[in-house]
Write a protein of this length. Structure first.
Length: 249
């Protein structure tokens, strides 16, 4: 199972939100590249980056920070948040970003996502952001009018390589991830799926590893790392064995 640390960017700085509420943002580090180096030194293979400004339609404020992360570490980098046009895709891929996480475009225009997959290849992951099973878009500010398991069934056909399932109600709470909802989404999609939202302890990651679904291939850890509740090196040693495959991405 992959252990994937998160870097959420707001105004070029590392922050964490509570349940996706921008007014709750708390800054943890000024230099995203330095944070990426710390994660590298802990032994991770992937870093999950979220452009919070772009997610709510604020443009390209964090592109420089994303480029600095990419330049700082020889790791795989996935980026999500506000990827809404071919220009966005091209800009991020030109930086050397390995995978792009699509959210709003999947819910609102799946045919667009399918066209991008045909044009750019297998570089996309499906970002499924849900609150009590309802899909949220546009930086979690709007309801898409879809259920999570209904939307995710289309991801394989559209060309997604895997799924990032974020439980919005758990995100930033440290109250534990919604493993059951993630397993249901993974089974509906038939794709490797990563748990996101709510991880607050070593035991939470252990619970993900014991969920019983071979499709649950990793876990994203954010706030618990920044607040010193989990030792990232210990997580990697305990759960990310050398033989563990990168989950189709």
């Amino acid at each position: 199972m992959l252990v994937i640390p998160a870097i959420d960017l707001l105004g070029g700085r590392c922050v964490r939100l509570l349940r996706g509420e921008y007014g709750s943002s708390r800054e943890y580090a000024a230099d995203p590249a330095d944070m990426a180096r710390r994660f590298r030194d802990a032994g991770v293979r992937w870093i999950h980056v979220v452009d919070l400004d772009a997610a709510r339609g604020k443009g390209e404020d964090n592109r420089e920070a994303i480029a600095s992360i990419r330049a700082a570490v020889d790791l795989h980098v996935e980026v999500g948040g506000g990827i809404r046009s071919p220009r966005d895709v091209e800009a991020l891929l030109s930086m050397g970003v390995d995978r792009l996480v699509l959210g709003t475009v999947l819910a609102r225009s799946p045919e667009t996502a399918a066209a991008w997959s045909a044009r750019f290849g297998s570089v996309f992951l499906g970002g499924l952001d849900a609150l009590d099973g309802s899909v949220k878009v546009s930086g979690w500010t709007d309801d898409a009018g879809l259920r999570d398991t209904d939307l995710v069934r289309s991801f394989r056909r559209i060309g997604m390589r895997g799924v990032i399932y974020t439980s919005i109600g758990r995100d930033g709470t440290l109250a534990g991830p919604d493993v059951a909802a993630t397993v249901a989404a993974a089974e509906a999609a038939g794709l490797p799926t990563v748990v996101s939202g709510g991880v607050g302890s070593f035991a939470d990651v252990e619970a993900v590893s014991r969920c019983g679904s071979p499709l649950v291939a990793g876990v994203i850890v954010g706030k618990a790392l920044y607040e010193g509740r989990i030792d990232l090196s210990a997580l990697v040693k305990a759960f990310q064995t050398e033989s563990a495959p990168d989950p189709a991405w």
